[in-house]
Design a protein around this ligand. Structure first.
Ligand SMILES: Cc1cc2nc3c(=O)[nH]c(=O)nc-3n(C[C@H](O)[C@H](O)[C@H](O)COP(=O)(O)OP(=O)(O)OC[C@H]3O[C@@H](n4cnc5c(N)ncnc54)[C@H](O)[C@@H]3O)c2cc1C
Length: 416
């Protein structure tokens, strides 16, 4: 059996690509999960730009549970917080499972989706012959002109082809979803909450995102740690939820031990990978490292790389053997997306140097003073790829910056 394109991974990247490939190609999309969207390892927050990218091929409004126009940052000690807002929504909370399911249900007729099917590897290193296995059936060999690895941060496609680069640095994100309400500040449904408890969750911090599930108020609560500390993620999330309950920041309907949905997964934080293509193969989405190393936002990179790679695959099949190597340039046309990932690596470097609550508190106090314009600048940094550094690097903050730098230096001697 010969296909023009085989895509491994039916999530944001693989499904976007499937929607955009020419309709006369024979396309096979395989995924190990039981159903599209049966589990989606993502909070599912998308920026305005990503919203518009989706809108061009899907009725995305149907899968938005609440538009968000404010951010609430909570200090490490939990005794202080500030809210910064903008006039229009800056991100949107999506119903992730329904969104991915809809993406799969609306693929064009030339795309065959096989779920419960794992990509196993190549036949003797030949990138045109791949081995797959569907549940309870024997291993099969499939021939393809193009092979796409859209199989996430721990890509098996990248692992099986030594000429392709693999991700090698990760955060481990862990999230629980509860029915209930968020009680901090006035407009929870329009707010995303970020918790800066440095020592509690080194690497990223915690989040709380109000949403609606089956017409009932709910929220997503999670934290991310550096991969080496992943064993603590579940326990710390439970501690975090208890803390939020005790402080009456959240109230849960039902038992706290029984969240509606739990997941954990790896988030690549090593920047865009060097070798994304080899012969007829290409990595896209998380597999390619298209994820903000600081903000851990990968849905935009998945959708944009899905769209852009569709054009390049068409050129490749028309005889341009170099076409697949043009993906980073094509992505950079989207407001400098590749430059955004490079900048995110710098923010990651600084964040990783911060190891104590007092350092996070020192930075928090500068950002809090900027709260009137903070979110505006933060939105720009995400969608227009401007620098976040100018939010804090101001002459009036010199004493605070000196204090912050001293704490960073002291953190150097602190074991994480
Ligand atoms: C806790 C958490 C919260 C996050 N929140 C956000 C957020 O709010 N906003 C945002 O922009 N980003 C967020 N991210 C990142 C975002 O979810 C990812 O960047 C995005 O899902 C990447 O999409 P993808 O299609 O490249 O890969 P994935 O969504 O990881 O999909 C990969 C697919 O490949 C399949 N697969 C893997 N191996 C095989 C195999 N061998 N054979 C067959 N199929 C295989 C998997 O089953 C999966 O369906 C979050 C990540 C985590 C972990």
């Amino acid at each position: 059996m010969t296909y023009d394109v085989v895509i491994v991974g039916a999530s944001f990247a693989g499904l976007t690509l499937a929607h955009h490939l020419p309709k006369d190609l024979r396309v096979l999309l395989v995924d190990i999960k039981p159903e599209p969207g049966s589990t989606v390892e993502s909070t599912g927050l998308i920026t305005t730009k990503t919203y518009l990218e989706f809108k061009s091929f899907l009725d995305i409004d149907h899968y938005i549970t609440n538009p968000i126009s404010a951010i609430c940052v909570v200090a490490p000690s939990f005794d202080d917080y500030f809210v910064s807002s903008v006039a229009e929504p800056w991100i949107y909370q999506t119903d992730t499972k329904a969104l991915v399911k809809a993406m799969a249900e609306t693929v064009p007729a030339n795309v065959e989706i096989r779920m419960k099917t794992a990509f196993l590897g190549l036949v003797e290193g030949d990138t045109t012959k791949i081995r797959i296995r569907s549940n309870s059936s024997a291993e099969e060999v499939i021939e393809t002109k193009v092979l796409i690895g859209a199989d996430g941060s721990h890509s098996k496609v990248a692992a099986e082809i030594p000429e392709l680069s693999q991700n090698d640095r990760f955060l481990f994100g862990y999230e629980q979803v509860f029915f209930g309400s968020v009680n901090l500040d006035e407009r929870p449904a329009e707010t995303i909450y970020h918790f800066w408890f440095g020592e509690f969750s080194l690497g990223y911090g915690g989040w709380l995102s109000p949403t609606i599930i089956d017409g009932r108020p709910a929220f997503r609560v999670g934290l991310a740690k550096l991969e080496k500390d992943r064993a603590q993620a579940k326990e710390l999330t439970q501690e975090f939820v208890e803390l939020l309950l005790n402080k009456k920041i959240i109230s849960i309907e039902g038992a706290v031990e029984k969240p509606g949905y739990i997941f954990g997964s790896l988030i690549p934080i090593n920047g865009v990978r060097k070798h994304l293509t080899y012969k007829n193969t290409l990595l896209i989405g998380d597999a390619a490292g298209f994820c903000g190393a600081f903000a851990a936002d990968g849905i935009k990179g998945a959708v944009v790389s899905g769209k852009e790679s569709a054009k390049l695959v068409e050129q490749f099949l028309a005889g341009d053997r170099q076409a697949l190597s043009l993906l980073p340039q094509a992505m950079n046309q989207h407001g400098g997306l590749i430059k955004y990932y490079a900048k995110q690596m710098k923010y990651r470097w600084i964040w990783d140097r911060m190891k104590s609550n007092r350092t996070f508190t020192a930075m928090y106090s500068i950002i809090k003073a900027e709260r009137a314009t903070f979110l505006n600048q933060f939105c720009d940094s995400k969608d227009k790829h401007q620098s976040l550094a100018w939010t804090v690097l101001k002459f009036k903050y010199l004493p605070k910056l000196i204090k912050y730098s001293c704490f960073i230096m002291l953190d150097f001697f602190k074991r994480s």
